[in-house]
Design a protein around this ligand. Structure first.
Ligand SMILES: [Zn+2]
Length: 96
């Protein structure tokens, strides 16, 4: 088993109508905005949310068998070894 850290980046959009009492368009929009930012419409936002963009970036993580240091594929040396003690990462732990 190999270990990975996956950065999840999901963009959601939420469209729905909500009735408010106000004296002008601007006030109505300000009230709606306040309700959103005060988390008063969380249930509506969640209920109407659709994923419009998603991205998943995995980085493989390693634990050096020699010195015990944890590191990821961006931190290993150029010749694929532990950055702390320079022990080569066993080939079977790699995606090749
Ligand atoms: Zn090491």
């Amino acid at each position: 088993m190999r270990y990975f850290n996956v950065r999840i980046n999901v963009t959601r959009e939420s469209y729905f109508d909500y009735d408010v009492e106000a004296d002008s368009h601007e006030e109505a929009e300000e009230i709606a905005k306040s309700l959103v930012w005060d988390d008063a419409l969380d249930d509506d936002l969640r209920q109407h949310a659709e994923i419009v963009d998603e991205r998943y970036d995995a980085i493989q993580e390693f634990l050096c068998g020699e010195c015990g240091k944890g590191f990821n594929e961006n931190q290993m040396t150029d010749d694929e070894a532990c950055p702390a003690c320079n022990t080569p990462i066993p080939e079977e732990e790699f995606n090749v």
